[in-house]
Design a protein around this ligand. Sequence first.
Ligand code: NAD
Length: 497
Amino acid sequence: MNASALQDRVGRFLREPKRLLIGDKWLPAASEETIPVINPATEEVVATVASAGAPDVDRAVQAARRAFSSREWRRMAPDRREELIRKLADLVEQNADELAGLETIDNGMLFGFARDLNVMGAVGVLRYMSGWASKIEGSIRQVSVPIPDSQFFAFTAKEPVGVVAAILPWNVPVMLAAWKLGPALAAGCTIVLKPAEETPLATLRLAELVEEAGFPPGVVNVITGFGETAGHALVSHPGVDKVSFTGSVETGKLVNHSATDTLKRVTLELGGKSPILVLEDADVDAALEGSAGGIFMNAGQVCVAGSRMYAHRRIFDRVVEGLANGAKRLKVGPGSDPASQMGPLVSQQQQNRVLGLIRQGVRDGASLAAGGDRIGPKGFFVQPTVLVGLRNDMTVVQEEVFGPVITVQRFEDIDEVVVAANDTRYGLGAYVWSRDISKVHQIVPLLRAGTVWVNTPAIPHPALPTGGFKQSGFGRDLGRESLEHYLETKSVLIRVQ
Ligand code: NAD
């Protein structure tokens, strides 16, 4: 699509009223309250969306519950569910430019990243997960029951867990929506999806595509609203069977608490502070390119971004120089400008948080090899930043920054670096750069992380489960494992004689 046609499409969508998709209706919030949506590159309000409260959440959960109990959805043949999910994937692909344009305005991300990774990533996940709809299976069990002359037939069946509340963060909204929709729909669940208050636009457009794909009303409901109100009401609602949450560790803990009263099934995909180990024998240029690409992609707002580098002392200076030069050269600007290589952060709050953590690092004794400040008077831009002179116990090394900030520390031997790599409360991802395959195999089992990438930056793949060890959460998105979280196991014992 050419630039002016895209602008027209996005402009038209922005001007339309933004409501909540509940069942087959688009409704304003019962309170009629709204939330402004801000373009992080310009700080302008580009739209307003409905601010759902507890009564709206209740309606959405009821719509999802009705759809779950409906004959049309519960008895739908698996290959029809597969077909509907594939149709949604096709529609997302056909509307990729518009969805990406909305993400750029809403989140600030580069248009290329928005389209090729975020939106097309969603398409890949929906296509992959659609196939599971027709491959859900139980098994026959041999049972020995001590009743004379009796005969039994026993089997297990997998059934959908029910109504799912899916809560999303703001960093890659369309892709993460697909991480929830794909397995939930493949399993036969119904869903109430809440995007983050900072980035609701593309998810609302996605909701229109869900309708166009032909899902029965109420199978997918989308509500926009604040976490403390709409989010809290959703995760504590007794009509919800399962909560699938992606967001920060602090909110994840609150969500887990709220879900406890009715013992909902919960999966939590939380933050990370992923270490990068660059061994003495690594291809240093590849490690630099992969690591800089990882931490500065989406302005560092990627849960699995490698943000804590440990470089062997023999290559440490070269690594710091390479990262700092790369950071200084990076062209930072609006995501809609094709010349930009990194966009703004999502919000002023995030900009302040990131700058605050950098300053605290410097106060604690770290030094800046590059960056460290905001850019320009308008927009939530932060310089790509490289910090050195660190200790592992500093807050900037321990805490997720979720911004374009990488710390670099030196190490001497492998045992020491593995201890340091594991020494945070997080366990989402880890990276190893080395040409020595036996060292790699020694290190990988010792790293307490849900995914380890070796000699490659993070490449999310629909077949590879993603999730955390330790306080990075529990459960997995993607892969066959994610499907399991949307299913219950039923055992059936039939006396046949
Ligand atoms: P956040 O925790 O502030 O918000 C996430 C969502 O939770 C939002 O929709 C928000 O409205 C909602 N929320 C807030 N309070 C709530 C409450 N009390 N009850 C229910 N819902 C509530 O996270 P964020 O700042 O939007 O996103 C950034 C975080 O997400 C980072 O920590 C990042 O690492 C993490 N993340 C993790 C993964 C993963 O796969 N592990 C992927 C992407 C992002």
